[in-house]
Structure formats: structure tokens, C-alpha cells
Write a protein that binds this ligand. Structure first.
Ligand SMILES: [Zn+2]
Ligand SMILES: [Zn+2]
Length: 182
């Protein structure tokens, strides 16, 4: 994938954020502050202070806004929806170097809440995906009982499952059994 580490990291974060939604078929992964704290830790979201119920409800609302972008039927609609999300985000580009990462750009404004932080950084990452003509890499899992989104980072854009160890493995086993029965 022609993206830097930071872009890859932001894309993984936004994909995981939407996949915590029950609308992708699994249990709701953001029902309480504990789940939100785990999400922050999992993706090493920097500069996050103490989280409260307002953070939780704002991140949940943001998650729905991102799902609308992901579920857009075409690129034109995705652009419109992403522009709406970006227009509601405070964005201040700033070069930074922290926690051993090379110098990179943060887009969230100083003093941003967690939801503002995520909408700025993840929104800009999706904007780049559109601009670079790589939107087709954003896909849903091909397993029939899974609605997870994923970013296909493979060179030939051949990935079909959200996770090769879970959905991919499950589907391979099913195909193998079907062949044995035939
Ligand atoms: Zn950073
Ligand atoms: Zn899957």
C-alpha cells in the first residue's frame, strides 16, 4: 500500500471504530467507558485525558457518522458524507514527534476531546484514501455472516476477509468440508 505508517494506523483505527458497531453484525464494542478506554489503548490514541460519559456518547455518534461514509453506495456520496463530517471537525495540522514515532502530522486541534481528535485524524485519513484513488480498498468482509469492514493493503487488492485467522479460516474449512462431501 502506498501509504505511510501514520495513514495505515489511522485507517486501522477508523475500521476498528466502525466494526465495534452492532450494525456490522457483532456485539456493540463501545457500550461503556471501559470499552472506550480499551479502544484508546488498542490504537495508542495520544494525548487522551480522563474519559467521561460525554466522550462515550460523542464517540458513539461519530462512529455512526463514519459508518455512513463507509456505507456510501458510491464515491460521490462518500465525498459528500465525508465533507459533512469534516465540516463539523476542528482541524489544525501540526507536525509532531512523540513516543518514538517519526515526525508526522496531527490534525486534531489543541485541547481536542477524544471525539474531536478521532474525527479530525481519521476523517483526514479517509479523505486521503479518496484523493489517492484507493477508496476501493475499503471493503466489507466476504464471509456471509460477517459485516466487518477492512482496508485491503495487499499489493493486488485480493483480500476478501476482514481477518484471515477468523473469517478466512472459517470459510476455508467450510469450503474444504463441502469438497469432501462432493
Ligand atoms: Zn501521533
Ligand atoms: Zn469477517
Amino acid at each position: 500500500m502506498p501509504f505511510g505508517h501514520d495513514m495505515v494506523h489511522s485507517l486501522a483505527t477508523v475500521v476498528d471504530l466502525v466494526n465495534t458497531s452492532p450494525s456490522t453484525g457483532g456485539p456493540d464494542g463501545l457500550t461503556d467507558l471501559e470499552g472506550l478506554g480499551e479502544f484508546v489503548k488498542r490504537h495508542e490514541v495520544s494525548g487522551v485525558g480522563r474519559l467521561d460519559a460525554t466522550d462515550l456518547s460523542r464517540v458513539r455518534a461519530l462512529r455512526e457518522a463514519f459508518i455512513k461514509v463507509f456505507a456510501a453506495p458510491d464515491k460521490v456520496t462518500a465525498v459528500i458524507r465525508l465533507n459533512t463530517l469534516l465540516s463539523e471537525s476542528r482541524i489544525t495540522p501540526r507536525l509532531t514527534e512523540h513516543d518514538g514515532h517519526p515526525v508526522h502530522i496531527h490534525y486534531f486541534a489543541p485541547g481536542a476531546s477524544l471525539a474531536e481528535h478521532l474525527s479530525a485524524d481519521l476523517g483526514v485519513a479517509l479523505a486521503h484514501l479518496l484523493v489517492e484513488g484507493e477508496w476501493e480498498r475499503l471493503r466489507t468482509c466476504s464471509a456471509p455472516d460477517c459485516g466487518n469492514f477492512f482496508v485491503d493493503e495487499s499489493r493486488n487488492r485480493s483480500r476478501v476477509y476482514c481477518d484471515s485467522r477468523t473469517c478466512g479460516n472459517r470459510m476455508h474449512v467450510a469450503a474444504y468440508r463441502a469438497r469432501r462431501r462432493a
